[in-house]
Ligand binder design. Structure first.
Ligand SMILES: [Zn+2]
Length: 395
């Protein structure tokens, strides 16, 4: 039964408070009522009343928390009722496409992974993703169509100022490293192809969301997630939510110049961080040393064999990234820095941590935790699912 059915049209304030509670639950998975009071800033009475309504509507489930309280019984943890609804996550990587169907708790029900060159025309990549979604759904219960699709693309997406709340991502930014995607609205294009509701986001932002909701950053309010793969970028969780900046370009550190006379970059500048610290840069540097074109698998095999050249390369890359992240850390004072993406190898992650501490005042990074992405290369996929779940929960 809705509030309108009861003849008590809720005030705007009440709607906002309810949306705040739903957002916190969608982001955190399971929270006690006291946690909700803390994280929303709402009064204890308001939270209690909203929780009572949501439980009456069957939208909340309660379970006993694992952590014992200081005295007495552990507090009940509240979580959104998963129900039969499902969402889809789509992750366009530079070299792959992954599509997964999940329930509203983020449990994967079906998944497809296939190689794909994202530099293909955007039309072709989106067509293929729509085909994979159709194939997956054909194998599932047709009575339960997914309620939302979250799509990640490896480039910044401009915020859409025409959207009612002004914060929804729209078109892929001009001047990105994906020329054929520039000006494309991935959400609108996928919606056209699938007939489903779609929301799109930059892949590093999704990596941050995925790690925050399901991975190393669970329950951490301020997280800097660094994705090091074919390119490099960061996703920022500030105050428990994704920070996109004024235009959607927050965290685009890949084209910060780190070497004045460095190599020319595909963005048109030179000496960008991406030219010294990305999978593409690493392979370009290894190729002449080995006299043959090198692949990521070659690099990982050499790393496993403790090849000194590869370990040196990963350490140098981590140091270059850490120098830039040191500035981010000095500005944002995060609780945690998470390094993810295909190049989050031990030597690289360790040297990111060393550089963050070396290039900051000691107190800046004293209480900061450095972690490797718990979801490995699935951070962005799980972020696309988290984005879709949050959009459903707050709709
Ligand atoms: Zn560049």
């Amino acid at each position: 039964m809705t509030d309108a059915d009861r003849g008590t049209r809720p005030s705007r304030l009440r709607e906002l408070s309810r949306s705040l509670v739903l957002t916190e639950l969608a982001r955190s998975g399971a929270l006690s009522q006291a946690d909700l009071v803390r994280s929303t800033g709402l009064s204890r009475a308001t939270v209690a009343s909203i929780v009572t309504d949501l439980r009456a509507e069957g939208r909340l489930a309660a379970r006993v928390g694992a952590e014992p309280a200081r005295r007495g019984r552990p507090p009940a943890l509240l979580q959104l009722q998963a129900g039969p609804d499902t969402v889809i996550g789509v992750d366009f990587g530079h070299t792959h496409l992954t599509v997964a169907v999940a329930d509203l708790d983020g449990r994967i029900q079906a998944e497809r992974h296939e190689p794909m060159d994202v530099h293909h025309a955007a039309e072709r990549s989106l067509d293929r993703a729509a085909e994979v979604i159709a194939d997956l759904l054909a194998e599932m219960d047709p009575a339960v169509p997914p309620v939302m699709v979250g799509v990640g693309v490896p480039g910044p997406i401009e915020l859409d100022p025409s959207h009612p709340n002004g914060t929804f991502p729209g078109r892929v930014c001009a001047g990105t490293v994906l020329p054929s995607w520039t000006g494309f609205d991935p959400a609108a294009e996928m919606a056209k192809r699938t007939g489903l509701r779609v929301i799109a986001e930059n892949d590093a932002n999704l990596g941050a969301l995925g790690e925050h909701r399901f991975g190393a950053g669970r329950g951490v309010d301020n997280v800097v997630y660094v994705k090091v793969s074919s390119g490099i970028g960061t996703g920022l969780i500030l105050g428990g939510g994704l920070y996109r900046g004024s235009r959607g370009a927050a965290g685009e550190i890949g084209h910060v110049q780190v070497r004045e006379d460095g190599a020319l970059c595909r963005c048109g500048s030179r000496g960008c961080l991406e030219t010294v610290a990305s999978a593409d840069a690493a392979l370009a540097l290894l190729t002449p040393a080995h006299g043959r074109p090198m692949t990521a698998e070659d690099l990982f095999a050499l790393e496993a064999a403790h090849d000194p050249g590869v370990l040196r390369l990963l350490t140098d890359m981590g140091t270059a990234i850490g120098r830039v992240i040191a500035v981010v850390v000095a500005n944002l004072d995060p609780n945690m820095v998470i390094v993810g993406g295909s190049m989050a190898r031990d030597a690289l992650v360790d040297s990111v941590g060393v550089a963050i501490r070396r290039f900051n005042q000691p107190y800046v990074a004293t209480d900061m935790t450095l972690a490797r992405a718990a979801l490995d290369e699935r951070s962005s996929l799980m972020g696309a699912i988290a984005l879709a779940i949050e959009a459903v929960a707050t709709a």
